[in-house]
Design a protein around this ligand. Structure first.
Ligand code: ADP
Length: 631
């Protein structure tokens, strides 16, 4: 029997578990019970839909057996079981998709973060066990039983075993007690009972444990004598939480159910309990999580709600119950009116399901609206976690859902120095302000240093700071909010009245010729050169753009595999009040072609730097600067 090694990332997580100072060790039980319940779900559904199989309701249970002498705790289920190959695939590695890798050791140390990021599930057993044995057999009589064993530190073995009943038995050999930790508590029936009722109360199958009881011996009524006997107790309530009344349930009950179902390891921001009766009856419990799961923005993320028909799970993740823009919502829906035998294809067209989906959509919208208007602090937490999803959804499908979603978006306001909605921005606009201004950049600080930002600030207009690369696309999709168009402060027309000087026709002609000359010198780099008298005294130039593609969008496209050729139509704006302007004009009038070409290029490269674009030829740029410094 050869020993196999864990996949690298699994080994690291295992080390983490073993050396964990994680205070919540007790959750290992919830994890194993939830796995057991999932495994039974998989068989139970078959029993209801497969006429060739007959099962008894009593066939399905989860059994806990503490053994004080051997210091073992076993968790046994009558679920679907695993073949040797499945044991290998399911328990030999954590990140099944392989998409997950620890980024660095810092992250590893942040164990809360890790445990919170993804379902450690089965591996949580190593927080309390020094050895774990899994014996399993599937319901296929021809498939031999198999055993997985590991002491966590150096890999695992897989071998045959003599198990005859279908299902899975997990035996944990508890770690030795230390001064700080007493692992024996997990052998105490009272502790186990309390843990089940706390974390696994709503599991649908009985969680049983043989319990010691005492009764009066028969015929000793006059002089009572007692004897002990053993009997199975069911430790969980088994009534699904959504069948209970809201007023029977505390926030903690809802949170525990969230964890029991492994919707996430965070504390959810909000729960919604729906109970609809009438033409279509259904109950639902929905959660808005506080943190996106680690795989949220990947294809591996499983979206949708768990769907039950009268208490029997039909589907783990029914996508058709949730509009895609609310795909962060977790929860369960149970309807008596759905047929059990409904297939996935039919489900998609099911009218009842569509109605439920519509109601859920409305309810979430209402919840988010209330949160935004009455509890901004929580809403900001929500937005930090899922704002990006809302923005992407606003943009998706050519903005099909923008009317619904645009009011949920928050942007950083320059004058308020906090996040505001578009509505709040527009309400504060002075009458003289025609547009909703925004500026793009990597951070609020970086945007603040842009020359063109000063122009808007001088006018005492507010500006939205877009720090997510995606934001500008979102605003372009929205187009206009309450009839006000968006204007980038990097656009060539800010819609401001610059105090244009009065010029004669000749003067104007001459100026135009001068700018055309400068534009010629820059070739295809810019579409135009123009004067600006809105810039601050110290700022000589900046790069604006005309047309649909901004400079920041050009940067984003450049980073995409096929976007390299999409360029902004750039406009070089020169500050008329800056001495550099007079200098250029003089060179132009003197006909000093060489110097004019050099200076124009230097100005243009500076403008690129300010806009966050690379200098085109850094060596020659640096040489020119050095030459100027020593002139
Ligand atoms: P998760 O449950 O999040 O997928 P786990 O590491 O807890 O991650 O389990 C990995 C897989 O092992 C499960 O998806 C399931 O296929 C299988 N598994 C775990 N426990 C059991 C069990 N008691 N019975 C059958 N299969 C199980």
């Amino acid at each position: 029997m050869s020993k196999k090694s864990f996949k690298a990332e699994s080994q690291r997580l295992m080390d983490l578990m073993i050396h964990s100072i994680y205070t919540n060790r007790e959750i290992f039980l919830r994890e194993l019970i939830s796995n057991a319940s999932d495994a039974i779900d998989k068989v139970y559904y078959q029993t209801l839909t497969d006429e060739n199989r007959t099962f008894n309701k009593d066939d399905f249970y989860i059994r806990l057996t503490p053994n004080k002498e051997a210091r073992t705790l076993t968790i046994e289920d009558t679920g679907i079981g695993m073949t040797a190959e499945e044991l290998e695939n399911n328990l030999g590695t954590i990140a099944k998709s392989g998409s997950f890798e620890f980024k660095n050791d810092q992250e590893l140390e942040d164990e809360h973060n890790i445990i919170g990021q993804f379902g450690v599930g089965f591996y949580a057993s190593f927080m309390v066990a020094k050895e774990v044995t899994v014996e399993s057999k599937t319901w296929n009589p021809d498939e031999p039983a198999a055993m997985w064993h590991s002491d966590g530190t150096d890999g695992y073995t897989i071998s045959d075993c003599g198990r005859t009943n279908p299902g899975t038995k997990i035996t944990l050999t508890l770690r030795d007690n230390t001064d700080e930790e007493n692992y024996d508590e997990f052998l105490d029936p009272h502790v186990l009972r309390a843990l089940v009722s706390r974390y696994s109360n709503y599991i649908r199958y009985p969680i049983v444990m043989l319990c010691e009881k005492s009764r009066m011996k028969e015929g000793t009524e006059e002089h009572p004598e007692y004897e002990t006997y053993y009997e199975d107790d069911t430790l969980n309530s088994m009534v699904p939480i959504w069948r209970k009344n809201k007023n029977e349930l505390s926030d903690e009950d809802y949170d525990n159910f969230y964890h029991e179902r492994r919707f996430g390891f965070d504390k959810p921001l909000k729960h919604i309990h729906l109970n609809a009766e009438g033409l279509l009856s259904y109950r639902a419990i929905l959660y808005i999580p506080s943190q996106p799961p680690f795989d949220y923005y990947t294809n591996d993320y499983k979206r949708g709600l768990a769907l039950y028909s009268n208490g029997v799970m039909i589907m783990d993740n029914c996508e058709d119950l949730l509009p895609s823009y609310y795909n962060f919502v977790k929860g369960v829906v149970d309807s008596e009116d759905l047929s059990l035998n409904i297939s996935r294809e039919i489900l998609q067209q099911d009218r009842q399901l569509r109605t439920i989906r519509h109601k859920i959509d409305e309810r979430i919208t209402r919840e988010l609206t209330q949160m935004r208007d009455n509890d901004r602090e929580t809403y900001e937490k929500f937005f930090a976690a899922f704002g990006r999803q809302l923005k992407i959804s606003t943009y998706d499908n050519y903005g099909a859902n923008k009317d619904k979603l645009q009011d949920f978006l928050l942007f950083h306001s320059a004058t308020e120095d906090k996040l505001v909605t578009l509505k709040e921005y527009v309400e504060k606009m002075p009458e003289s302000q025609k547009y909703i201004y925004y500026a793009t950049g990597a951070s609020v600080e970086q945007i603040d240093s842009l020359p063109q930002v000063g122009i808007i600030k001088n006018k005492a207009f507010d500006m939205l700071y877009l720090t997510d690369a995606f934001d500008e696309f979102v605003l372009k999709t929205i187009g206009a909010y309450s009839d006000k168009e968006f204007r980038s402060v990097s656009g060539d027309d800010l819609g401001l009245d610059d105090d244009a000087e009065t010029k004669s026709e000749d003067e104007q002609k001459e100026e135009n010729a001068f700018f055309e000359k400068l534009a010629d010198l820059l070739g295809s780099e810019v579409t135009r050169v123009k004067a600006s008298n809105l810039l601050g005294d110290e700022d000589a130039v900046y790069l604006s753009s005309e047309g649909q593609i901004s400079v920041d969008m050009e940067k984003l496209y450049a980073a995409m595999p096929q976007g390299g050729n999409i360029k902004a139509q750039k406009v070089l704006e020169i500050n008329k009040n800056h001495p550099v302007y007079a200098k250029l004009e003089a060179l132009y009038k003197d006909g000093d072609e060489k110097a004019l070409a050099d200076y124009t290029n230097l100005l243009y490269q500076q403008a690129r730097l300010i806009a966050g674009l690379p200098v085109e030829n850094p060596t020659s740029f640096a040489r020119s600067i050095s030459a100027l410094m020593t002139k």
